[in-house]
Design a protein around this ligand. Structure first.
Ligand code: FAD
Ligand code: SF4
Length: 494
């Protein structure tokens, strides 16, 4: 006689279980999982509150749910299989490589079902990747648009172009008035989880006082509606700007819900495409993020794991400075973004890439330490999305598997795309001396230190040409300033 059960992971809160109410369901809240990394308190609250709300929703539908708070997964799963006399325990394929490997090693009767939270299956992505010498996002994105017929008319891209970047990514202008983000005040259940998290994990990063994330599918759908109605139209032109005290701008804030399974990628894209009056540059720019980047990041992760996690192309070993955990630095851009993350567990893409990641890259911070910090700091972080984004996109530790050149930039970029520099102790235009912006001397030092590796990256030739303009004395000063930064960190404290 066949007895099947279903195990649902905390990031698999898909409303469609695909099994009848007679199938017993297991959900586990594991403290061991939380202790692996000093996760932002809001991340733990979000996942546990969403799980408890989801379990309640299943019970309301007639499912018999065993919800266990336990130290670890393995013994709890084994016990459940025994108690329920199961011959098979179904589990949607975990999105994270280490968890899947761990579960496979248990030798329990666990059967993986396909992951429904992505458009491409892993084997389909492998088939695509294995036919190519170089993995290029643009090729993958165009193919995915055609495969799912999104913004395609008779085989051609709507509007005659695949990409509207020249109309997007504008610098900020005066008088911008970003729309308010939706509010999700904690209900009783979420407040209870907040108390537990503050009790058991007081030393973890961030604060729970300002928790404002949705915890149910209804909340996630409201977040999506709010974005499509009020912010999608402005997404394209303003997606790269950064403003003090403006955390959310025209961004969607839906990554936590997509990554928990509360929203599905195709429904998000279809809802965005259905929104009337959205300029094509904004719509295409948004579709590219989910249809292109999200799928691609996850595909490359599965293709390259497990070795990917150890990559360190530039052989960087500088320890992560303390200010990443405290925000106590006189570099205003870093101070502002880190404080924002402490209170919201969120930073938008350019803050992650061009402020936090850029600083880690050009100052030579150990990529694995950087990855752990990103993983701890943001509400939407999981192994599948963090290894490739942090190690590949931000830190170029994979030597160019994911990005065609390092996202390294001096203060010039930050000054152009934000208003951070106006309130800073340092001067974004100065390279030498006490008021020199650290992003400047670290940028040039990074290029000078890594010329050999960078020259191999085809797109770096023009940038490296600038190095010829420096005199030997200037090169020495740049190098000395970069070294002194680490010796005189007190000077950079706020
Ligand atoms: P929007 O700016 O509104 O974009 C829409 C959606 O596109 C996002 O919700 C997300 O689902 C998707 N998306 C866009 N770019 C990416 C990408 N590179 N990888 C995956 N999805 C993408 N995203 C995460 O979901 N979890 C992470 O832990 C995470 N860590 C990151 C770390 C670094 C160093 C960098 C550079 C990027 C990281 N990203 C991560 C990607 C991206 O920054 C976030 O998805 C985005 O900022 C989430 O905010 P949003 O929902 O408002 O996104
Ligand atoms: Fe950041 Fe430099 Fe601008 Fe200060 S001057 S905000 S450190 S880029």
């Amino acid at each position: 006689m066949n007895h099947t059960g279903l195990w649902i992971l905390g990031n698999q809160l898909d409303p469609d279980l695909g099994v009848s109410t007679s199938v017993p369901v297991l959900m586990i809240e594991s403290k061991q999982w939380v202790r692996q990394i000093p996760y932002h308190k809001q991340k733990i609250v979000l996942v546990w509150s969403a799980m408890r709300h989801f379990a309640q929703h299943l019970r309301d539908q007639g499912y018999r749910v065993t919800y266990i708070q336990s130290e670890d997964f393995q013994s709890t799963v084994a016990q459940f299989i025994q108690t329920e006399h199961l011959t098979t325990l179904q589990l949607m394929e975990p999105a994270d490589w280490p968890l899947k490997q761990g579960i496979q090693s248990w030798e329990l009767p666990i059967e993986f079902t396909p992951d429904r939270h992505f458009l491409w299956s892993i084997s389909e992505f492998f088939d695509w990747a294995n036919q190519r010498t170089r993995l290029v996002l643009e090729d993958f994105y165009r193919l995915t648009r055609q495969r799912f017929t999104i913004l395609i008319d008779q085989g051609q891209p709507v509007g005659g172009q695949w990409n509207f970047d020249p109309e997007n990514r504008r610098p900020p202008k005066k008088g911008l008035n970003p729309p308010l983000a939706p509010q999700f005040p904690p209900d009783d259940l979420t407040r209870q989880v907040i108390t537990e998290v503050e009790t058991y994990f007081p030393e973890h990063f961030g604060t729970t006082d300002t928790f404002n994330w949705g915890v149910t599918r209804a909340d996630a759908l409201r977040a999506l509606e709010d974005f499509c109605t009020y912010r999608l139209a402005g997404f394209g032109p303003y997606q790269d700007i950064m403003l003090t005290d403006e955390a959310t701008l025209w961004h969607s804030l839906i990554s936590p819900y997509l990554n928990l399974g509360l929203l599905r990628p195709l429904e998000v894209i279809e809802r965005a495409v259905a929104q009337p009056g959205v300029p094509l540059n904004s719509l295409e720019g948004f579709v590219r993020q989910i249809l292109g980047w999200r799928e691609y990041i996850r595909g490359v992760y599965w293709l390259k794991m497990p070795n990917y996690a150890q990559s360190n192309y530039f052989d960087h070993h500088q320890p992560l400075p303390d200010f990443f955990w405290t925000g106590q630095t006189s570099m205003h851009c870093l101070h502002d973004v880190i404080q924002q993350i402490q209170t919201t567990a969120y930073a938008h893409h350019i803050q992650r890439l061009m402020i936090l990641g850029n600083f880690m890259l050009i100052s030579g911070i150990d990529p694995q330490a950087g990855e752990v910090w990103f993983h701890a700091a943001t509400v939407d972080a999981y192994d599948w999305v963090m290894q490739t984004n942090a190690l590949g996109m931000a830190l170029f530790a994979d030597g160019g598997v994911l990005a065609t050149k390092p996202y390294a930039a001096s203060a010039n970029y930050i000054n152009k795309m934000s208003n951070y520099c106006a309130d800073c102790t340092f001067d974004p235009k100065i390279k030498f001396g006490p008021r020199a912006c650290p992003f400047n001397y670290f940028y040039w030092d990074f290029l000078l230190r890594n010329q050999t590796q960078l020259i191999r990256q085809g797109r770096m030739g023009l940038v490296l040409k600038h190095l010829e303009k420096f005199t030997p004395d200037e090169i020495q000063i740049i190098h000395d300033q970069a070294i002194q930064f680490w010796h005189f960190q007190e000077f950079y404290k706020r």
